[in-house]
Design a protein around this ligand. Structure first.
Ligand code: SF4
Length: 345
C-alpha cells in the first residue's frame, strides 16, 4: 500500500488533502525518514493535549520576556503578540526571584529568556547574565535557553561565560523581508554573522527559519537554509507563519505543500544535524497536514504534534518518543515509546 493510501485510513486525517506528488517524493526517500526516530515535544508554556499524547501538566519550562510586552520593531507578522503569553521579568532581580520560586514550587527544569528587540533587532541581555551565572551556580542542572536576536561575538561570549546552554535566533534569507516585514535596515549578512558569532562558542546553537515570513510567500527560505547549512548548528527549527498575529488581510497562509517542500529541502541540505518543527504553525487541518509532512520528510522532532501525528509515524514505521521540554532543548524524556512498523508495503 502506498503512503498516500495509508494516510487516508487514519481517522484524524480523513478530511485532509495531501499533495500526491509530494507524498510520493517523501516515500521515494523513505529510508531517510524511517531510519531515524522522531521526538514529539510538549513544552509547558502553553496548555497542550492531543488525542494521542498528554501534556505534562507542570510549569517546567516557561518563557520569560525581559521587556514584558514591549518591542521596538513591531514586525508585521507578530505585532509583539508572541510576547504576550511570556512571564514578564523586566529587571534582573525579578527574573532571579521568579525562577527560584518556580524551582521550589513547580520543579522548574529550565526556561527560555526572550524579549522584544530594539530598532536594530538587538536585545540587551547583558545585565541579566550575572543572574544566569548565579542560577547556573546554584542549580547546575537548570537548562537555560536565550532567544538572542542579532549580536556580535563579544555578546555571544558573554552568554557562554554566564552558562547559557542554548541560543536561538531567526535566520532571514531575503533583504526585502528584513526591510518590509521587520522594517529593519540591516543586511542579510548580519543574520549570518550572528550565526557565525554564536557558533564560535560552546553553546548549543538553534537557528529558526519562519516559513512564509514574507507575507505568507516563500521568498528567502532556501537562502536561509543555505546559510544554516554552512555552520555546525545543534539543530535547525522550522516554524510556519501564523497570519492571525498579523493585521487582517496582510498575510496569506502558506500552502501546506509549499511548507512540505521546504521540509524536504531542509532535510536534504542539512542531512546530519537535527531539523525540528517548532511550536508556531497555523492550527486545525493545516497543522495536521503540516505535521504529517514533517514526519514523512524525516524531520527529527515536532513541538505540540497535531492529532494524527502518532498514527502517521506508526503508519510509515518511524519510531518516536515524547519529551516534556522546548523542542530545541531536551531536558526530560518522561515517556519513551518505540513502535514497530505496522506499515505493510
Ligand atoms: S518578531 Fe520579535 S522583534 Fe518582531 S515584533 Fe515580534 S517580538 Fe518584536
Amino acid at each position: 500500500m502506498s503512503w498516500l493510501d495509508a494516510l487516508s485510513r487514519i481517522e484524524d486525517l480523513e478530511d485532509a488533502e495531501f499533495d500526491a506528488g509530494l507524498v510520493t517524493d517523501f516515500e521515494r526517500r523513505s529510508d531517510v525518514a524511517i531510519s531515524r526516530p522522531i521526538r514529539f515535544s510538549t513544552p509547558t508554556f502553553k496548555e497542550y493535549e492531543s488525542s494521542e499524547l498528554e501534556g505534562c501538566g507542570k510549569n517546567s519550562f516557561p518563557a520569560f520576556s525581559i521587556t514584558a510586552g514591549e518591542c521596538g520593531l513591531n514586525c508585521d507578522h507578530c505585532q509583539k503578540k508572541i510576547l504576550e503569553p511570556m512571564i514578564p521579568a523586566t529587571n534582573p532581580a525579578m527574573l532571579d526571584e521568579k525562577v527560584r520560586r518556580l524551582i521550589e514550587t513547580e520543579q522548574l527544569s529550565g526556561f527560555l529568556l526572550s524579549g522584544g528587540s530594539n530598532r536594530k533587532n538587538e536585545i540587551s541581555y547583558g545585565r541579566y547574565m550575572p543572574i544566569v551565572e548565579g542560577l547556573k551556580r546554584d542549580f547546575p542542572e537548570l537548562k537555560i535557553a536565550v532567544h538572542t536576536a542579532l549580536l556580535d561575538e563579544r555578546r555571544a561570549k558573554e552568554m557562554e561565560s554566564a552558562g547559557v546552554d542554548n541560543v536561538m535566533m531567526d535566520v532571514i534569507g531575503a533583504q526585502e523581508t528584513i526591510e518590509q516585514v521587520y522594517k529593519l535596515q540591516r543586511p542579510v549578512d548580519d543574520f549570518e554573522e550572528t550565526l557565525a558569532a554564536l557558533c564560535t562558542t560552546s553553546m548549543q546553537v538553534t537557528p529558526h527559519i519562519v516559513i512564509g515570513l514574507h507575507y505568507g510567500q516563500i521568498v528567502g527560505e532556501e537562502y536561509a537554509l543555505d546559510m544554516v547549512s554552512r555552520y555546525d548548528v545543534n539543530a535547525l527549527v522550522l516554524v510556519v507563519i501564523m497570519p492571525f498575529y498579523a493585521k487582517p488581510g496582510t498575510f496569506v497562509t502558506p500552502e501546506t505543500s509549499d511548507v512540505g517542500r521546504i521540509f524536504l529541502e531542509a532535510r536534504e541540505r542539512i542531512p546530519d544535524q537535527q531539523v525540528l518543527l517548532g511550536c508556531a504553525r497555523p492550527p486545525g487541518m493545516h497543522k495536521r497536514v503540516t505535521d504529517a509532512y514533517a514526519i514523512m520528510a524525516g524531520l527529527d522532532g515536532i513541538a505540540f504534534p497535531a492529532d494524527g501525528a502518532v498514527s502517521v509515524a506508526h503508519t510509515i514505521g518511524r519510531p518516536f518518543e515524547q519529551a516534556h521540554s522546548c523542542c530545541s532543548i531536551k531536558v526530560g524524556s518522561d515517556l519513551k515509546i518505540r513502535l514497530q512498523s505496522s506499515f505493510a508495503a
